[in-house]
Design a protein around this ligand. Structure first.
Ligand code: FES
Length: 107
């Protein structure tokens, strides 16, 4: 289990207990966090699951794969050094307390 905080563009925080093995994208969909669209269902083909990971948490994530790196060039909101695709972040105990900010748009 990992407690993940989603920060909406207006600053509202939604805290979700994410089951180990579940992606941050899947947990967002299951909890009606509509800022995550996830059109492709997690197959690295859409970039509509874009999040900004809190810079303090970046070191806890594995580095993005080459495919994720390429897809990050297609985010609707500007890509930043802390941009990640939430379908590629899988919860585990090491991610407890993770904070991700949701971009203003995914289209
Ligand atoms: S859900 Fe499509 S790339 Fe993440």
């Amino acid at each position: 289990m990992a407690k993940v905080t989603y920060v909406r563009p207006d600053g509202e925080q939604v805290i979700v207990e994410v089951t180990e093995g579940t992606s941050v994208m899947q947990a967002a969909l299951a909890n009606d966090i509509s800022e995550i669209v996830a059109e492709c269902g997690g197959t690295l083909a859409c970039a509509t699951c874009h999040v900004y990971v809190d810079p303090d948490d970046l070191g806890r994530l594995s580095t993005p794969s080459t495919d994720e790196e390429e897809m990050l060039d297609y985010t609707a909101s500007p890509r930043q050094p802390n941009s990640r695709l939430s379908c590629q972040i899988t919860a585990g105990p090491e991610l407890d307390g993770l904070v991700v900010r949701l971009p203003p748009t995914q289209y």
